[in-house]
Each structure stands twice: as structure tokens, then as C-alpha cells.
Design a protein around this ligand. Structure first.
Ligand SMILES: Nc1ncnc2c1ncn2[C@@H]1O[C@H](COP(=O)(O)OP(=O)(O)OP(=O)(O)O)[C@@H](O)[C@H]1O
Length: 255
């Protein structure tokens, strides 16, 4: 299979700290890759560079053979990439439906001028956005809540909503920063189910996660970071038996 994403010698320095240190890895089409590592290992910083939120100090990211590094954040949707955040980024005062429709508008690029005058393209875009939003709300079992204010949902449902917004425009690569954080067992299983369902449809995932059972269940391959460096890479089976990984997690119940 072809490489969808290639991370080459990616490095980020914050003053004297090297948060990410010459990381190399690739992700194939249809693959689910997890990034794990102890707190402060550099996982979020790595994610922020891949998704163009911060520039690297050196190194680059290639997506479908083209340089992703240096692009604007809004361009990512058009390239078929989306991401979620460790801290929820939903709009509490908007309804569930409006939150998800916002996700489509990022892709459809309705401009403020034409929206103000309700031009025909805008109307058409709204219909598309509405239909896509309904489909995704059905998939993540949020349709019954679509007219509720997002801020009134439980934390678990808000995580589902953020996930819905990230997938609504049918991205090919989805970056998830701790999708299971704060979820109970039932909610974690539900979220894992959605990821598996999308994988079957050909989506690729790169995700950071601390819940090892989920990582072991979902990942085709795991990248392990410690102090900014990649210390191991392999299948869940290989990683669970890797000495370097076990010692990096010493004192924690990782596996
Ligand atoms: N904006 C910043 N300025 C200075 N240092 C930073 C900044 N962002 C991250 N760091 C430092 O870089 C290192 C890696 O942090 P990062 O948040 O990427 O780790 P992480 O693996 O995602 O941790 P966690 O699992 O706790 O979320 C840490 O030492 C952190 O303090």
C-alpha cells in the first residue's frame, strides 16, 4: 500500500527543551497508527506539527507525496485531513447540529459575503452540510440530541460530538489526540467502534492515547516516544514485549 503520510526527521525545540527529536515514521493508506509515551514525551507537540498548528524547528511532513509542512491550518480540510484536540473544541452555545455543520462549512468554504446575501451556492452548501451532518449524527448516535445545546451534553457525548465534527466532511486521514480521555468503559467501546467502522470504509487514523487496552485493540502499528525521541515502533504484540518500552513505563501500569 502507498504511504499516505511521511514524517521525516521532525524536530521541535522550545528554548532549551527538545520536545520532539528527529522523529521518522510513515502511515499507509487505511492504516491505524497509535503514538504512545509517558507524559511530556512530545506526542501533542508531534501532532501539532503534523497538523500545521506549529512549525517544526527542522524536518518535514509529507502527505500524498506533497509537503504538508508550511501550509495553513484551513488547507488541511481541503487535503482530506482532520483532527481533534485533547481539550474539547466544541461551541457550547450552539446546537449539536450546528456544531457538526460548522465542520462541513470549513470544507465548503462558504464565504461571509455570499452567506450574508443568501446566494444560491450558499443555500446549496447548507443543504449539503445539513445532509452530511445528519448522516454523521446518525452514525455516532447523536441524532436524538441534534437540537440540544452542545454545552448541555455529558462529557462523553461532547467527545462523540467533536469526533462527529472531525469526520463529517469525509476526511481520509483523521488525527485524534486522546480520543478516549475521560470516557468510561462503555463510551470508550463506542468510540472504538466508530473508529473501526471508518477504518473499514478506508479511513486512516493517527491517534495519541494513554489507554493501552484501546491502543492494543485498535492500532495496526504503534510508535513509542520518550523524551522527544522515538524509542520503538511495531505491532501491538511487538511493543508489549519491547524492553525499552517496558522500562520507559516503569512504575506505570501500561500494559
Ligand atoms: N509551547 C511550549 N513551550 C515550551 N515547552 C513546551 C511547549 N509545549 C510543550 N512543551 C514541552 O515539551 C515537552 C513535550 O510536551 P507534549 O505536550 O508534547 O508532551 P505529551 O507527550 O503530549 O504529554 P501528555 O501525554 O502529558 O499530553 C514537555 O516537556 C512540555 O513541557
Amino acid at each position: 500500500m502507498a504511504n499516505l503520510l511521511e514524517v521525516k526527521q521532525l524536530t521541535k525545540k522550545f528554548g532549551g527543551i527538545t520536545a520532539v527529536d528527529r522523529i521518522d515514521f510513515s502511515l499507509e493508506e487505511g492504516e491505524v497508527v497509535a503514538v504512545i509515551g509517558p507524559n511530556g514525551a512530545g506526542k501533542t507537540t508531534l501532532f501539532n506539527m503534523i497538523s500545521c498548528f506549529i512549525p517544526p524547528t527542522s524536518g518535514e511532513v509529507i502527505y500524498k507525496g506533497e509537503r504538508l509542512t508550511g501550509r495553513k491550518i484551513f488547507e488541511l480540510a481541503h487535503l482530506g485531513i482532520s483532527r481533534t484536540f485533547q481539550n474539547l473544541q466544541i461551541f457550547n452555545n450552539m446546537t449539536v447540529l450546528e456544531n457538526v455543520m460548522m465542520g462541513v462549512h470549513v470544507k465548503l468554504k462558504t464565504n461571509v459575503f455570499s452567506a450574508g446575501f443568501r446566494l444560491p451556492t450558499v443555500k446549496k452548501n447548507e443543504e449539503i452540510a445539513y445532509q452530511l451532518a445528519l448522516d454523521v449524527l446518525e452514525m455516532v448516535e447523536l441524532k436524538d440530541f441534534m437540537y440540544k445545546k452542545a454545552g448541555n451534553l455529558s462529557y462523553g457525548l461532547q467527545k462523540q460530538l467533536e469526533f462527529a465534527r472531525a469526520i463529517v466532511y469525509h476526511p481520509q486521514l483523521i488525527l485524534l489526540d486522546e480520543p478516549m480521555a475521560g470516557l468510561n468503559d462503555a463510551e470508550t467501546n463506542r468510540m472504538a467502534g466508530y473508529i473501526k467502522e471508518l477504518k473499514k470504509k478506508g479511513c486512516s487514523f493517527l491517534f495519541v492515547e494513554h489507554k493501552m487496552a484501546t491502543v492494543m485493540e485498535l492500532a495496526d502499528r504503534i510508535i513509542v516516544m520518550d523524551f522527544g525521541k522515538k524509542i520503538a515502533e511495531g505491532t501491538p504484540h511487538e511493543i508489549a514485549r519491547n524492553e525499552k518500552v517496558i522500562s520507559a513505563y516503569l512504575g506505570e501500569e501500561a500494559f
